[in-house]
Design a protein around this ligand. Sequence first.
Ligand SMILES: [Ca+2]
Length: 274
Amino acid sequence: VLRKAIKAFVTNKTAILKLLGSRSNKQRLPLLRNYKTLCGKDLVKDLQSKLSGDFRKLVLATLKTPAVFDASELHNKRAGMDVACLIEILSSRSNAEIKEINRIYKQEYKKSLEESIGGDTSDYVRRLLIALAQGNRDERETVDASLAAQDAQALYAAGEKRLGTNKSKFILILTARSKPHLRAVFHEYKKKYGRDIEKSIRREMSGKLKRCMLALGENAFLHNNNKFFNVKRISIGLLVKWCGLQCLKLTQFLCFSLFVEVLWFSSYLHFSKR
Ligand SMILES: [Ca+2]
């Protein structure tokens, strides 16, 4: 059917979208194999040559597994050190997913992810990213209240309480602790010292490191009621609006979103209007 769609309509976006959009990421992989068996051709290459622009990016992104997609995103962003994107990927994946990304990254780019991070970034930013790329974050759902209190105190001592900042302490806590734990720490921090951790980070850090830490803090609140960070709430309407501007961001979201079907539909509307 897909071969037909490509052949007959060349760029019949509706047919391609329908077919790819109705399948989950896992289901799309056998599709690729079947296509090769049936047609003796590579589906990705076929689509690549027949489609163009943002639509091509969108379709090709859906044909990658999440880990492969992440690895290629990390590889692309690493060059420009798009810190926000690196953090977004690294801090929203599970440890198992990060290990898989590492494996694929090495296989695809003949270099470990860790080796690729760095170069032109500052020492602390690199340390933070490398800590995340290890995939060693605590993933327990339970929170140890006394450890949370201890961490809140440590953050206060490392930042607001002293002259200058102990950045390593912030990096350690923000990259190693579980998200529920971090939420408890920030809560405790507010309760005990009457300060928002977000404001403390803004006061104590600067430049890329500040952006990294804010992103890590925000990430602890994704899919959770947020009291401490102004997380950008992403609506479908906004996503569609972004589409023209930030196609990659959108495709990334599309691949993993629970609302993938809805988004497919809205992106389809968007593309068909072009
Ligand atoms: Ca300070």
